[in-house]
Write a protein that binds this ligand. Structure first.
Ligand SMILES: [Zn+2]
Length: 253
């Protein structure tokens, strides 16, 4: 097999011996791959700054039969997301994005919608958009890419359309009417603003989501809801988000 070309976002990197790195990359073409990049610590100009985590790179690599580690021969940064590196809150969210992708995605299981959600979220995070809102958009678009979008068009229990007094059930995967909510003790009320926000994100292309405004109350509600939803449906353990909480407590974010 000859050299493979791919575009990918670096999720993790480890030092291997003196001069090499192991890179874990989420690629558009192959999904998550893991490979050795040799000679990378030499100060050769062609490598300088080219393999930082969450940068988008162009890769050239060889698949190896006897090991799950590919051999990466080229890794050139295409997008570096500098503004997201210069501010701690944005940096924390960028780390959260790649960590979530790393936890969720298995190797060699490509999904272009996931790749698109990741790259577009990193761009949005670097554009000056609210990092929190960007994180909610990322989570919703990621769930959509996984086929796990919360159902908010009607009651997921009975299919009835109802616009008032709705509840949300994490385990049922969406909104419940008042009749169905009484049968689910873990469901909780959800505001019309939050339902609307989710609907608007779901029905908008990524490019248009940056304009969707959100009130503080909806922001708080949607953050809690998506956290619970991701934990239940995607079973994540994210250290980055604990760090965000920590910053918030310290009044820094
Ligand atoms: Zn119902």
């Amino acid at each position: 097999m000859g050299a493979q070309k791919a575009h990918g976002v670096i999720l993790r990197k480890y030092l291997l011996r003196e001069t090499s790195y192991i890179l874990v990359v989420y690629t558009r073409e192959f999904g998550k791959i893991k490979g050795v990049l040799k000679g990378a610590r030499n100060p050769a100009p062609q490598f300088a700054g080219n393999f930082e985590i969450f940068s988008l790179c162009q890769l050239l690599f060889y698949r190896r039969k006897k090991t799950s580690l590919d051999l990466i021969t080229q890794c050139e940064a295409l997008e570096f997301y500098l503004p997201a590196r210069k501010q701690i809150e944005r940096l924390t969210y960028a780390n959260y994005f790649i960590e979530l992708i790393d936890i969720i995605c298995n190797e060699n299981d490509p999904n272009r919608a996931i790749f698109g959600a990741l790259v577009k979220s990193l761009r949005l995070l670097s554009s000056g958009a609210s990092p929190k809102r960007t994180a909610r958009i990322f989570e919703l678009k990621l769930l959509e890419a996984l086929g796990l979008s919360p159902g908010v068009q009607e009651c997921v229990g009975c299919g009835r359309k109802s616009e008032t007094g709705m509840s949300f059930s994490v385990s049922s995967g969406g909104t419940l009417c008042s009749g169905c909510a009484v049968k689910d003790p873990k469901s909780f009320p959800i505001s019309a603003g939050t339902v609307n926000f989710i609907r608007r994100i779901q029905s908008s292309s990524f490019e248009r989501t940056g304009h969707i405004k959100v009130s503080r109350e909806v922001g708080v509600e949607i953050e809690k809801l998506l956290k619970a939803f991701l934990e239940f449906h995607v079973n994540r353990q994210s250290r980055s988000m604990d760090f965000v909480k920590h910053l918030e407590k310290a009044g820094m974010a």
